[in-house]
Design a protein around this ligand. Structure first.
Ligand code: AMP
Length: 255
């Protein structure tokens, strides 16, 4: 059995099917009484880690979620899908907006080292803030290679091959572990957490910690205090070719 362990980041987000409503004071979006689920790209990351474990290429899959106490439900889903352990890095409900990709990356990098994992598997992006930054920043902090937007992954010893979709087709990157990988949509189709597995997962103990236990300060993100209405888009120039565009810009005195 391989000795390799993986850390998988699972974020609790508003469910993808929910229609998002902005709070009347425009200080954020309505979250009270709104269905939350595991970020879909994180489900793909968990699925991939569990498949690697089933192929005996991984020894242990550790799911981690940073956020309020309800993140434990997200971790239970990961456990029900086949993760071995769940770690909840608790950030009180009122301070969640201070938790950005930078803070989460610091938490993940610290945990990756503490748990001596060889692979950090994350979603390519969270569907609530659409940041698409955490994987890249975690790799930079650890000074590990990264394979982002993975649509196919294969592992042989400490060699990881990551295939990603680009405009011109497919691109293949070869990495040496330890590494960070972020999962894109086509990597796999995540399994459903079945009821018996959810019941079993309820019995598992979730390990609790605070960002400060990992040396991470979560008070430094500049919170978004208000949002302005987005500017209205006005009709732009209609052009048929680059020459046409240049001519029209010249006409308008822009070039
Ligand atoms: P983002 O950079 O915010 O788009 O998030 C990309 C990925 O980072 C997500 O799919 C998760 O795997 C991970 N991640 C982001 N935020 C959290 C969080 N609060 N807890 C656990 N993992 C997270």
């Amino acid at each position: 059995m391989a000795e390799l362990r993986a850390l998988v980041g699972v974020k609790r987000v508003i469910d993808y099917a929910v229609k998002i409503r902005v709070k009347p004071d425009k200080s954020g979006v309505v979250t009270d009484g709104v269905k939350h689920s595991m970020n879909p790209f994180c489900e793909i990351a968990v699925e991939e880690a569990v498949r690697l474990k089933e192929k005996k290429l991984l020894k242990e899959v550790i799911a981690v979620s940073c956020g309020p106490k309800q993140c434990q439900e997200t971790l239970r889903t990961a456990l029900a899908m086949g993760a071995d352990r769940g770690i909840h890095v608790e950030v009180p409900e009122g301070e969640v907006e201070k938790l950005g990709p930078l803070q989460v990356s610091r938490v993940l990098a610290a945990l990756a080292q503490k748990e001596k994992v060889g692979l950090v598997l994350l979603g390519k992006q969270a569907i609530d803030d659409d940041c698409n930054q955490t994987g890249q920043m975690t790799a930079a902090m650890l000074d590990w290679p990264q394979g982002t937007f993975a649509s196919k992954l294969s592992l042989e010893g400490d060699k990881l091959t990551v295939e990603r979709e680009i405009d011109g087709g497919l691109e293949t990157v070869r990495l040496k572990l330890p590494a960070v990988v972020t999962a894109d949509l086509r990597l796999n189709e995540p399994r459903y957490a079945t009821l018996p597995n959810i019941m079993k997962a309820k019995k598992k103990k979730i390990e609790m910690m605070k960002p400060a236990d990992l040396g991470v300060d979560t008070s430094s993100r500049v919170a978004v205090l208000s949002v302005e209405d987005p500017p209205q888009r006005t009709a732009g120039l209609k052009v048929e070719s680059v020459e046409d565009l240049v001519a029209k810009l010249k006409e308008a005195g822009h070039v």
